[in-house]
Design a binder for this molecule. Structure first.
Ligand code: HEM
Length: 457
């Protein structure tokens, strides 16, 4: 029987990969980690025993795919077709000229000058969120994952729409995102079941959930058209700024797609990054103390402006180490357009290529004792010496995350707000495990006790 050998790389027999399908649904990272340790930094795999893929944790290989010969590597079917069915074609999953035009247009909305203006608005949202949190923290252990989903949706909502998303709407959006993600993951790891999902009406059921989410976002767009509050939010930018080539602003239908994609890309990633950061900090209380004294040294009791936030060197090291251990995007996917070669590895046209971020962040050539939490890995001198593609939580090359600076600003703002006011510890001894959907989530609530550092008046 054809064993599925695609190229001159270590490979998993097709039948073995088919037998792995159930394990892939439960936890694709466990399956990839098993093969990474057995086969080394680059190997081949068939999703569901059918879809050919090369999986790599080699920074040289990944740099070639994402940067040096990026024109040969398009976003794969996973994003273009599977996610496209639910999110339409926007910045996240378009190509070539269409992508470049959209990227240039939207990039203006993420300029540093805009983020500087956005920060005071975000601080207002944060202050309000902290008041609500104080009450919940008094009542007993809180689920930091749930808290982070809500607070980041509020912040991203403010950045995108210039207003907070209401609590009931937050719930609808969070649930829709979660349900649709699980469905997309099933389609990726069991591609042979896609016709079955259509026949049995499962696809239609998830489309209904999407339509509900679309209606919500459309209402925000309509509102924004009616009431001009004059904030520098992204929705205003999309609705009003003309494209260079046509002189006309974005069509409403495209504004809806981009808003939804930005909301999903911006919320799930940051909320998971934060949840894992809190989790790691709770296990390393000495780092909480160190961050608090760094904040004190940098700003005393004053609010931190954009520049001051980015001077929190140790806090940034902690965030980078959390993003290394728990990268929200645990993999990136591309399809090769034409035959290519990377360091003697033949890449056939049409194959899926997976820069496997979770594994790259544990590649022993760059990360000794990789499972240990050690923020000093991100001291300046160490970073300078390391391969630039060994730590890629935001991807790399021209399609690097457009929202990385906004994400870091929000993560810093949230950490500063909580650590100034609270000490925290895990409420249970059960370790949180990873649950990799499209994004790397915890496998359940992360319950924590929060105690005020000094009595809140
Ligand atoms: C910790 C937070 C975040 C992480 C770890 C993250 C990670 C990533 C990664 C790895 C990519 C590259 C995907 C690929 O190459 O296929 C990406 C792209 C993208 N991200 Fe983020 N992201 C974060 C926050 C945000 C935020 C806050 C926004 C916007 C509000 C955002 C919007 C986007 C968009 C639109 C793209 C597609 C860019 C393009 O293809 O040109 N992300 N992100």
């Amino acid at each position: 029987m054809f064993d599925g050998k695609i190229t001159n790389l270590p490979h998993i027999h097709r039948v073995r990969a088919l037998l792995d399908s159930r394990a892939m649904i439960r936890n694709p990272v466990h399956v990839f980690e098993k093969y990474r340790t057995q086969l080394g930094k680059t190997f081949t795999f068939h999703f569901g025993g059918a879809k050919r893929a090369i999986v790599s944790t080699d920074p040289d290989f990944i740099q070639h795919v994402l940067l040096k010969n990026q024109a040969n590597y398009h976003k794969s079917d996973i994003q273009v077709k599977r996610m496209g069915e639910f999110q339409g074609q926007g910045l996240l999953n378009s190509h070539r000229e269409a992508w470049l035009r959209q990227r240039r247009h939207l990039a203006d909305g993420f300029l540093r000058s805009r983020l500087v203006k956005l920060l005071p608005l975000q601080r207002e949202v944060m202050n309000e969120a902290m008041t609500g949190f104080a009450q919940r923290a008094k009542e007993g252990p809180v689920d930091i994952y749930q808290e982070m989903v809500e607070v980041t949706l509020k912040l991203v909502g403010k950045s995108l729409f210039g207003q907070q998303i209401s609590e009931p709407e937050l719930q609808v959006i969070a649930k829709a995102v979660s349900d649709i993600q699980s469905f997309i993951v099933r389609q990726i790891v069991q591609p042979y079941l896609i016709p079955w999902f259509r026949i049995t009406g499962q696809s239609a059921r998830y489309q209904k959930i999407r339509i509900k989410g679309d209606r919500l976002i459309s209402a925000y767009i309509d509102n924004r058209r009616r009431e001009d509050r004059g904030n520098g939010d992204l929705l205003k930018h999309m609705l009003e700024t003309p494209y260079e080539d046509t002189g006309k602003p974005m069509e409403d239908s495209q504004v809806l797609i981009e808003s939804l994609q930005l909301l999903i890309a911006g919320n799930e990633t940051s909320s998971n990054a934060l949840s894992w950061t809190f989790y790691l900090l709770a296990k390393h209380p000495e780092c909480i103390v160190k961050i608090r004294s760094e904040i004190e040294r940098t700003a005393g009791k004053d609010p931190l402006d954009f520049a001051a936030l980015h001077r929190l060197e140790f806090t940034l090291q902690v965030i980078n180490e959390a993003l290394r251990l728990y990268p929200p995007f645990w993999m990136i996917d591309r399809t090769s357009m034409e035959d290519d070669e990377i360091n003697g590895i033949h890449i056939p046209a049409g194959i899926t290529v997976i820069p496997y971020i979770y594994g790259t962040h544990r590649n022993p050539d760059f990360w000794p004792d990789a499972e240990t939490f050690d923020p000093s890995r991100f001291e300046r001198a160490s970073v300078k010496e390391r391969h630039t593609f060994a730590h890629i939580p935001f991807g790399g090359g021209p399609r690097v995350c457009i929202g990385s600076n906004m994400a870091l600003m929000q993560i810093l703002l949230i950490l500063v707000s909580f650590i100034r006011d609270y000490d925290f510890e895990l409420a249970t001894k059960r370790p949180s495990k990873i649950c990799p959907m499209m994004i790397l989530r915890p496998d359940g609530p992360i319950k924590m006790h929060f105690r005020p550092v000094s009595p809140i008046s």
